[in-house]
Design a protein around this ligand. Structure first.
Ligand SMILES: [Zn+2]
Length: 150
C-alpha cells in the first residue's frame, strides 16, 4: 500500500468504525461499517442492518452509497473515489457479491476498496480486481446484439 493509500484509508477508517457501532446485527453478530469518499470531497458512512426476514438485510456499503445518493453527492456522473469497510471480525472481510455490483454502478473500475479487520489491519484492492467483467450501463447503451463476450 502506498503512503497516499494509507493516508486515505486512515481518513475513512474512523468514519467506518463510528458507523459499525450502530450496526443492527442480532442474527449474525457481525458488525460492519463502511465509509466512502465522493468526488465532491464528502464522506458518507453506513452500517449493516439485518432483518428477521433475511432477504431484507442490507450491507453497510450499500447503506453508505444509498445515503450519498440521497444527498446528491453520488450519481451516475458523480462517482465514489474510495470506499473502506471494516468489521468486528479478526479476519478481513471483502464486500459481498451484491455490494460489488452495487459499488460498480457508482465507481470506476480503478476505484480503491479498502477492507479493515477489528485489529486495524487494512488491505487494499481495486473494484476491477473484486468484480472483473462487471455488468454495467454499457450493455444498455450498446444494445444486446453487439456484446457477445467479455
Ligand atoms: Zn454486501
Amino acid at each position: 500500500m502506498t503512503t497516499a493509500e494509507k493516508k486515505l484509508a486512515q481518513k475513512l477508517l474512523p468514519h467506518a468504525r463510528r458507523a459499525l457501532k450502530c450496526a443492527h446485527s442480532p442474527y449474525s453478530r457481525v458488525k460492519v461499517g463502511a465509509a466512502l469518499l465522493t468526488q465532491t470531497g464528502r464522506i458518507f458512512s453506513g452500517c449493516n442492518v439485518e432483518n428477521a426476514s433475511y432477504g431484507g438485510t442490507i450491507c453497510a456499503e450499500r447503506v453508505a452509497i444509498a445515503t450519498a445518493v440521497a444527498h446528491g453527492d453520488v450519481s451516475g456522473r458523480r462517482r465514489i473515489r474510495a470506499l473502506l469497510i471494516t468489521t468486528n471480525q479478526k479476519s478481513i472481510w471483502p464486500p459481498c457479491g451484491i455490494c460489488r455490483q452495487f459499488i460498480s454502478e457508482f465507481a470506476s473500475p480503478e476505484m480503491l476498496v479498502f477492507a479493515a479487520n477489528s485489529r486495524g489491519q487494512i488491505s487494499v484492492t481495486t473494484l476491477k480486481e473484486l468484480l472483473p467483467h462487471a455488468f454495467d450501463n454499457r450493455y444498455f447503451k450498446l444494445g444486446r446484439a453487439r456484446r457477445t463476450g467479455f
